[in-house]
Design a protein around this ligand. Structure first.
Ligand SMILES: C[S@@+](CC[C@H](N)C(=O)[O-])C[C@H]1O[C@@H](n2cnc3c(N)ncnc32)[C@H](O)[C@@H]1O
Length: 442
């Protein structure tokens, strides 16, 4: 199948819809993540067209099965081969008709025009016909031009994931699925080297940006309405970073002080690393290990923005001979590669990119890294195991198996009466996250 062309400059409405269709094609046909596909598909667009393409792409992925059903019912036969891109364009059109505050005629004409942007000029009539049929049969729109979407039995999740969540979380599944389909809030982490959280809240207020402090994560601020980072006072000087409040808890649970030798393992893009460096002026340079060379660039950018330093190794964490100098660590943060099932509301493409078979493979990798790192931990030292997964195999079962195999490991309760902490998506307005603290015998 030939790849769809990147959007070319046309009418701006058409270009952003064509870019959204292209990004969706890349995710759902080529297995690319949306965070890679979207910047590529929108590279030539204006900032406002980028925003529209992004809102459409994220939105379509949140309710993909419902839209597939609506569009599929209007096609005499599925669109295949070189016409497949038009299927994604029709999803884009259907999403706007139902879920966006855009007038119907504007949606239809811009989406039809997008067929030309995608070099499918001869198929404009098909796009027009399907969208008009959808419109005829759609429920009445409200005053914002939005419509009630038909229900989906699996709340727009893959069946295997629903079953896994039911197995792991029982009657909480319904709420998890609902939370996964919400738009996530924007959280900031205040750099306490530069400002107290109260000071920064006052600066936001002065700029007319409404925000509230988190009662638990001491550097965390939630914006009542997400905004561009360019609008945040001091962002480019490192005053704040964007980081979910659940992820910010790592800096507390690691129980670190400035005299510790610290390892941050699986460190990119560096959110938790930077948080630790903002809080402590360490006696020894913090070591960070990350496998992906491209993602290491993100760590370096973040270190530069904050003017902080860490020793960064590009290596497989499980192969300690490749990066470890033999000096034991007092504290290790292992933010393990995982299914990311706790952050679906931020990355709805995860629902469609992740396969059931990935979970056992990830659990194996996590166990391998955990066992290897244990050898680098000093007697009396602590390792914080973290994931943004909400699946037991990657979390409680993983840690349970490790404790059985390692008589020198004990669990330090994360909080009173809570040995390990599983935060579910939406709890305290945060992402789904898991934490377990392991202590090595003296
Ligand atoms: C959950 S992310 C880490 C997020 C990071 N700690 C932060 O706070 O910004 C997991 C990272 O593990 C990396 N990774 C995967 N397998 C690895 C391995 N074998 N060794 C080291 N890093 C690995 C991935 O490239 C990814 O960047």
């Amino acid at each position: 199948m030939s790849e769809p062309n990147k959007t070319e400059s046309k009418g701006s409405g058409a270009a952003s819809r064509a870019a959204a269709a292209t990004a969706l094609f890349q995710v759902l046909e080529k297995g690319e993540s949306l965070s890679t596909a979207l910047p590529n598909a929108t590279a030539t667009l204006s900032a406002s067209d980028k925003r529209l393409a992004s809102a459409i792409s994220y939105g379509v992925l949140r309710v993909l099965p419902t839209l597939n059903k609506l569009v599929g019912a209007k096609l005499q036969q599925p669109l295949k081969g070189k016409l497949k891109i038009l299927h994604y364009l029709l999803l884009v059109g259907a999403y706007q008709l139902y879920c966006q505050r855009i007038k119907d005629h504007a949606t239809v004409s811009a989406t039809v025009e997008s067929a030309a942007v995608l070099k499918k000029r001869n198929n404009k009539a098909l796009v027009n016909g399907v969208l008009r049929q959808l419109l005829r049969e759609a429920p009445e729109a409200n005053d914002n031009f939005e419509r009630q979407l038909p229900e989906d039995n699996n709340q727009n999740h893959p069946r295997w994931l629903v079953q896994q969540l039911e197995h792991d979380h029982g009657n909480k599944t319904e709420v998890i699925l609902r939370e996964n389909n919400q738009h996530p809030p924007m959280w900031l982490r205040v750099n306490e080297r530069q400002f107290s959280r109260d000071d920064y809240l006052r600066q936001l207020q002065a700029e007319g940006i409404e925000a509230v402090a988190d009662p638990q994560a001491r550097n965390a601020i939630r914006l009542l309405t997400p905004c561009s980072v360019d609008k945040l006072p001091g962002f480019h000087e490192g005053a704040v970073s964007v980081q979910d409040r659940s992820a910010q808890l790592a800096a507390d649970y690691l129980n670190v002080d400035a005299s510790h030798r610290v390892l941050d393992c699986c460190a990119a893009p560096g959110g938790k690393l930077l948080h630790l460096l903002e809080r402590h002026a360490f006696d020894y340079p913090v070591q960070a290990v990350e496998l992906d060379a491209n993602r290491i660039e993100r760590i370096k950018e973040n270190l530069t923005r904050q003017q902080l330093f860490a020793e960064v190794h590009c290596a497989d964490a499980a192969d300690t001979s490749a990066w470890w100098d033999g000096k034991s660590f007092d504290r290790i943060l292992l933010d393990a590669p995982c299914s990311a099932t706790g952050v679906i509301r931020r990355h709805p493409d995860i629902k469609w990119l992740r396969r059931q078979s990935d979970i056992s493979e990830l659990a194996e990798l996590q166990g391998k890294i955990l066992r290897a790192l244990w050898e680098t931990l000093a007697p009396g030292g602590e390792l914080l195991y973290a994931t943004c997964s909400i699946l037991r195999d990657e979390n409680q079962t993983q840690v349970g198996a490790f404790l059985k195999q390692h008589s020198d490991a004990t669990l330090i309760p994360i909080e009173a009466n809570r040995d390990m902490l599983q935060i579910l998506p939406g709890e305290a307005d945060g992402d789904g996250f898991f934490y377990a603290r392991l202590k090595k015998a003296q």
